[in-house]
Design a protein around this ligand. Structure first.
Ligand SMILES: [Zn+2]
Length: 108
């Protein structure tokens, strides 16, 4: 099992889970129950819902799929993007943590 990204917005995590499952990649969401209990209101990244691939060999493919989806969303919504200070990956402006490495963005 390998973590893809974590994000406080559970609907976004669930969205990408659906995308990957549709393409035959088995995933699991960690901390899902914490969201249900309301603990996700606490802005601590460790408690954010985290999307993981069940099989590590699916990881690279899943990253590519997520990146392509983010890019297509960007072109359709013309969202602002910001680079991650830790790994340099571009993230949608409304992401609170880097989808690639989990780095927590300051402020917003
Ligand atoms: Zn990053």
């Amino acid at each position: 099992m390998k973590e893809l990204f974590r994000e406080r917005d559970f609907t976004r995590v669930a969205y990408f889970r659906g995308v990957l499952e549709n393409l035959g990649i088995a995933t699991i969401i960690r901390n899902e129950y914490l969201t249900c209990s309301g603990l996700a209101e606490i802005p601590i990244p460790e408690f954010f819902p985290a999307l993981c691939v069940m099989d590590d060999t699916d990881y690279e493919r899943a990253v590519v799929i997520i990146r392509e989806h983010l890019q297509s969303q960007k072109s359709s919504l013309v969202d602002e993007e910001k680079p991650c200070a830790a790994c340099g990956e571009m993230n949608p402006e409304n992401f609170e943590t880097c989808w690639s490495c989990g780095h927590l963005f300051e402020g917003s």
